[in-house]
Write a protein that binds this ligand. Structure first.
Ligand SMILES: Nc1ncnc2c1ncn2[C@@H]1O[C@H](COP(=O)(O)OP(=O)(O)OP(=O)(O)O)[C@@H](O)[C@H]1O
Ligand SMILES: [Mg+2]
Length: 590
C-alpha cells in the first residue's frame, strides 16, 4: 500500500515539476495517441465487413474500398505515431536533463559533512545508473501508458459494440491478472534498490582502485584488488539476473491467462455462430479486438515492472535534490553592517565543535581574537584540531556552541559570497582540476587581468616552471595535478591565493617536507602573500612560527598556550617538545 502511495506521489511530482511545462507538446502527442489507438480499433472493427461482405456476400464495391481504407488508416496511424514518439521523447529526455541539472546543483551545495559521509562513487552512480533507469522508465511509461490504455479502451469499445455479454466475460479475466502483476512489481522494486546500491559500490571501488593504482602496484596487490572488484561485479550479476527471472514470470503468466480467455470466448462465440445467433464477421471482429486488446494489457503489465524500477531510482534521485543543508546562508545578510576597521577583526568566543554524526568534542571552549594585520601561527600535535578550527571560519562547518564574529557581526549573518571571498584558503592537501595551469590558478577568481596573473605567478615562483612547459599556461596538469611535482602544486595553490587577493589568509601548511631550495622559494612566496594581510597559519615549519606575531598552541581541541617564540620556548612544554622534534629532524637531514 505504502509503495503505491509513494509511486503515485513520485509520479505526480515528476509530472507537475518536469512534464506539465511542456503542455503544448503534451497535448499534440496525446492527440496523436488518440489517433493511433482509434486506428488500431478501426482495424479490428473492419474484420466484420471484410468477412461478412467480402468473403461471404462477395460484395465487389467493398473489395476496392476496404483495402484503400486500410492503407489510409495505416498512413495516418504511422504519421501520428511518429509525431507522438518524437514529442514524448523530447519531454522524456528533457526531464532527465532537468533532473541531472538539479541534482548536481543540489549535490554541490550540500554540506561538507554530507560529502564526507557519502561515497563519491555512490553519488556518481546516482547520476548515471539511477537517472538512466529513471529515464528508461519515464520514457517507456509516458509513451506507452497513455497509448496502450487508449488502445485498450478503444478495442474494448469495439468488443462491446459487437457483443456486450461476451465482452463482459472476456474482461472478467483482467482483474485476475492484475494481482500477480502487482506482486511482481513490488519484488522488482526491492531487487532494483539493491542493484543500484551495488552499482554505487562498484563505481566507488573502481574509482578508488584506479586512483590508487600506484599504491596497488607498490604493494603488488593487483590480484587482491581484482578479487575485491569481482565480488561487486558478481553481486550485480546476481541481482540483475534475479530481477530478470522475476520479470520474466509476468509475460508467460499473461499468456496463460489470455490463452484461457481466448479459448473460452471461441467456445462461446463459436456456439453462437453455429446457432446463427451472430455472423462470422461480427465474431471474428470481436475476436480480433480481444486479441489486440491483450497486447496493450501485456505491455502495461511489464510497464509496471519498469515503473517500479524507475520509481526506486526516482526516490534516490529526489533524495539528493531535496537534501537539506545544515549550513544555511542568512536570508538577510548583514554584509554592510561590518565594521572592518574594528581592531579585533575576528573574534571566536566560547566556541566548541563536534563533527555531525559524532559525539566527540573536537574543539573545546575556544576563545581567540585575531587583530587586523596580525600573523598568527597555530601549532600542535597531529589531530589537535588545527585544521578543524580553520574550517570553521569560512563556515565549512558551524560551531556546536559559541560563535565566530568578523568586525562584530556573527559569520552566520554574512552572505556566503562575502564570507568565502573574505578568506583565501590554501589547504593541507592541494586539489587541482584536470585542466590548464591558467584555469587552476584563476579558479574561483572573479576579477583579474593578465597582468595580475603574471604577477601572481612570479610572486609565487611559478613562472620558471610554467615557462618550461611547451604550452606554458595552457599546459594541462593531469588528474589532481599528477604531472606536477609536490612543490609545484603548492606554488600553484599560492598563486591562486595571490589572484584571489582576499584580506584574510588561511594557510594549512603541507606536512610533507620539501628540499631546502624549494622550501625557501615557498617561504619567500608565502611571506609576500602574507604581507599586508591578516593570516592564520597552521605551521609545521619553524621558520613560519618564528616570524609570527602570536603563536597559539593547541592540544586535544583546546588552546593551551599563547605567546611569542621567545617566551613559549621557555614556558610551553608542548612547544618546547615540538621544537625539539623538529630541531632533531633538521639535524638529521643535514
Ligand atoms: N570529517 C571529520 N569527521 C569526523 N572527525 C573528523 C573529521 N575530520 C577530522 N576529524 C577528527 O578531528 C580531530 C582533529 O583533526 P584535525 O584535522 O583538525 O587535526 P589537525 O590538528 O589538523 O592534525 P594534523 O596536524 O595532522 O593536520 C581528529 O581526531 C580527527 O579524527
Ligand atoms: Mg590538519
Amino acid at each position: 500500500m505504502k509503495n503505491n502511495k509513494n509511486t503515485s506521489k513520485l509520479l505526480k511530482r515528476l509530472f507537475s515539476d518536469y512534464v506539465k511545462k511542456h503542455y503544448s507538446k503534451l497535448i499534440i502527442s496525446m492527440f496523436c495517441m488518440i489517433i493511433v489507438a482509434a486506428a488500431t480499433a478501426l482495424n479490428a472493427w473492419m474484420m466484420q465487413p471484410v468477412l461478412d461482405e467480402i468473403f461471404i456476400n462477395k460484395n465487389r464495391t467493398l473489395i476496392i474500398i476496404i483495402p484503400i481504407a486500410i492503407i489510409i488508416i495505416a498512413i495516418v496511424k504511422g504519421l501520428a505515431s511518429y509525431f507522438q514518439s518524437i514529442f514524448m521523447s523530447f519531454i522524456g529526455y528533457k526531464l532527465v536533463a532537468d533532473i541531472q541539472n538539479q541534482m548536481f546543483k543540489s549535490a554541490v551545495r550540500c554540506d561538507l559533512s554530507y560529502h564526507n559521509q557519502i561515497n563519491s562513487g555512490t553519488l556518481v552512480s546516482r547520476f548515471i545508473a539511477d537517472v538512466g533507469s529513471l529515464s528508461r522508465g519515464v520514457h517507456n511509461v509516458i509513451i506507452n501508458i497513455i497509448k496502450d490504455s487508449l488502445t485498450f479502451i478503444f478495442l474494448v469499445g469495439v468488443m462491446f459494440y459487437h457483443d456486450a455479454k461476451l465482452a463482459f466475460i472476456a474482461l472478467f479475466i483482467f482483474p485476475v491478472a492484475i494481482y500477480p502483476i502487482r506482486r511482481i512489481g513490488k519484488r522488482l522494486r526491492k531487487i532494483s534498490k539493491n542493484t543500484q546500491v551495488g552499482f554505487g559500490l562498484l563505481t566507488s571501488k573502481l574509482s578508488e582502485s584506479f586512483s590508487a593504482i600506484k599504491t596497488i602496484k607498490a604493494f603488488n596487490s593487483e590480484n587482491f584488488e581484482s578479487k575485491r572488484i569481482d565480488k561487486e561485479i558478481f553481486n550485480i550479476f546476481d541481482l540483475t539476473y534475479k530481477s530478470t527471472k522475476v520479470n520474466s514470470i509476468a509475460r508467460p503468466l499473461m499468456e496463460i491467462i489470455s490463452g484461457l480467455a481466448i479459448g473460452g470466448i471461441i467456445f462461446i462465440g463459436g456456439s453462437q455462430v453455429i446457432q446463427d445467433q451472430t455472423t462470422p464477421g461480427t465474431f471474428f471482429s470481436f475476436l480480433t479486438a480481444l486479441l489486440m486488446a491483450y497486447q496493450p494489457i501485456k505491455s502495461l503489465a511489464s510497464l509496471n515492472a519498469t515503473l517500479q524500477i524507475a520509481m526506486a531510482s526516482a526516490e534516490r534521485v529526489f533524495e539528493i535534490i531535496d537534501k537539506k543543508t545544515l549550513i544555511k546562508e542568512s536570508k538577510f545578510p548583514k554584509d554592510n553592517d561590518l565594521n572592518l576597521n574594528l581592531k579585533n577583526n575576528i573574534r571566536i568566543s566560547k566556541m566548541s565543535f563536534k563533527y555531525p554524526n559524532s559525539t566527540k568534542l573536537i574543539l573545546k571552549n575556544i576563545n581567540l581574537e585575531i587583530h587586523n594585520g596580525e600573523r598568527i601561527a597555530l601549532v600542535g600535535y597531529s589531530g589537535a584540531g588545527k585544521t578543524t578550527l580553520m574550517n570553521l571560519l569560512p563556515r565549512f562547518f558551524d560551531p556546536s556552541k559559541g560563535k565566530i564574529e568578523i568586525g562584530g557581526v556573527d559569520i552566520k549573518e554574512l552572505s556566503f559570497n562575502f564570507l568565502r571571498d573574505y578568506f583565501s584558503l590554501v589547504s593541507q592537501e592541494i586539489v587541482l582540476f584536470d585542466e590548464t595551469i591558467k584555469y587552476n590558478i584563476c579558479y574561483g577568481a572573479k576579477m583579474y587581468s593578465d597582468k595580475d596573473l603574471k604577477n601572481a605567478c612570479s610572486k609565487a615562483h611559478c613562472s620558471e616552471f610554467i615557462n618550461k612547459f611547451p604550452k606554458g599556461f595552457n599546459e594541462v596538469v593531469g588528474e589532481n595535478g599528477t604531472r606536477l611535482s609536490g612543490g609545484q602544486k603548492q606554488r600553484i595553490a599560492i598563486a591562486r591565493a595571490f589572484i584571489r587577493n582576499s584580506p584574510f589568509l588561511l594557510l594549512d601548511e603541507a606536512t610533507s617536507s620539501l628540499d631546502s631550495k624549494s622550501e625557501k622559494k615557498i617561504q619567500d612566496s608565502l611571506d609576500k602573500l602574507i604581507s599586508n594581510k591578516t593570516s592564520l597559519i597552521i605551521a609545521h615549519r619553524l621558520s613560519t612560527v618564528m616570524d609570527a606575531d602570536r603563536i597559539i598552541i593547541m592540544n586535544n581541541g583546546e588552546i593551551v598556550d599563547v605567546g611569542k617564540h621567545s617566551s613559549l620556548i621557555k614556558s610551553s612544554k608542548i612547544y618546547k617538545h615540538l621544537h625539539e622534534l623538529q630541531f632533531k629532524k633538521n639535524e638529521k637531514n643535514f
